[in-house]
Ligand binder design. Structure first.
Ligand code: IDP
Ligand code: MG
Length: 136
């Protein structure tokens, strides 16, 4: 099959805390994104700051890093046809208020910061982000 990609998905603390791990994983599986690797971890604020450093100039950067490190998260490698774009489509818009019906953020997101999931935004960033969490 051509166009098979891998992307990084994170189930953020708000969704882990509400026991939504299986619901969210099932959305990926039903939509032909295979979960190749998955682990539940709790990262430090410094690690979050490194992961989100593309956003370091944004006014919400400090809160964002504090949030991602505030509780357990699930990091996953998703694999499938056009996985980067497919995952972004399943996630929905950054702000759950703007997300389309049946997207993960529309179904489960609470607010722009507590929006339940992260997904890589390009193939290049997917490679970097997978390497960040699954370096061997
Ligand atoms: P994305 O997660 O849809 O790719 P980005 O623009 O990359 O969105 O922002 C990364 C994360 O930062 C978002 O998922 C969200 O949690 C948070 N964020 C983005 N914009 C804002 C904002 O205006 N206020 C607070 N948090 C924000
Ligand atoms: Mg992003």
């Amino acid at each position: 099959m051509s166009n098979v990609e891998q992307t990084l998905s994170i189930i953020k603390p708000d969704a882990v805390e509400r026991n939504l791990i299986e619901e969210i994983k099932n959305i990926f599986i039903k939509n032909n994104l295979n979960i190749k690797n998955s682990k539940k971890i709790h990262i430090t604020k410094d690690e979050a700051a490194e992961f989100y450093k593309v956003h370091q100039s944004k006014p919400f950067y400090n809160d964002l890093c504090g949030y991602l490190s505030s509780g357990p998260i699930v990091v996953m490698i998703l694999e499938g046809k056009s996985a980067v774009a497919e995952n972004r489509k399943l996630m929905g818009a950054t702000n759950p208020k703007d997300a389309q019906e049946n997207t993960i953020r529309k179904l489960y997101g609470i607010s722009i910061d507590k929006n339940s999931v992260h997904g890589s935004d390009s193939l290049e960033n997917a490679k970097k982000e997978i390497n960040f969490f699954f370096k061997n």
